[in-house]
Write a new protein. Structure first.
Ligand code: CU
Length: 176
């Protein structure tokens, strides 16, 4: 015996199932085609010892080690600290169309790092290192903004990112 379903109810089942499938398809499209997906690095650190040489990874997040440098495989790595209320370093110059790995840690509370018009957007959870590898496809100046409310100065928390063509990028001047 077939179950009776009211025609109106049937229509809504189709509509809601259609919406679910559409949402899933959009997510899949942006993940596969646009390369937009949630960052998935899980690496635990002690946020209270970030500034110490005896801290994380031999002081990876010490003030003098922040900024752009070359990783062990020759790749570009940006080490950054988010703290109330700013990003350190506050200004970064990076080459166009080049893979850059960001390693970002919070010194205090939950922050976000968002660079509009790029796919760089992640939460910075205290106690964890956020890691993202991306490449920038548009040259120009972009703001780095905090998109997680972190306190009274949240609206003033920002940095600057300058994306320049490869031939104008002087790695020696930017790295240490
Ligand atoms: Cu904030």
């Amino acid at each position: 015996m077939a179950i009776h379903i009211d025609p109106l109810e049937k229509r809504w089942i189709i509509v809601t199932a259609g919406l679910a499938i559409m949402t899933w398809a959009i997510t899949l499209y942006f993940a596969a085609v646009e390369d937009i997906h949630p960052p998935s690095n899980v690496e635990v650190i002690d946020s209270a010892r970030l500034h110490l040489a005896s801290g994380v990874g031999g002081g990876e997040f010490m003030e003098e080690k922040l900024g752009l440098h070359k990783g062990s495989d020759g790749e570009l790595v940006v080490t950054m600290v988010a703290a109330r209320y700013g990003f350190y370093p506050q200004h970064i110059e990076l080459p166009l169309n080049t893979a850059v790995k960001f390693r970002i840690a919070s010194f205090d509370v939950l922050h976000g790092v968002h660079v509009p018009f790029t796919n760089l957007n992640t939460m910075i959870v205290p106690g964890y290192v956020s890691e993202i590898t991306t490449r920038f496809t548009k040259a120009g100046e972009f703001p780095i903004i905090c998109n997680e409310y972190c306190g009274l100065g949240h609206a003033y928390m920002y940095g600057m990112m300058n994306i320049v063509p490869k031939n104008k990028f002087n790695i020696a001047a930017e790295t240490h």
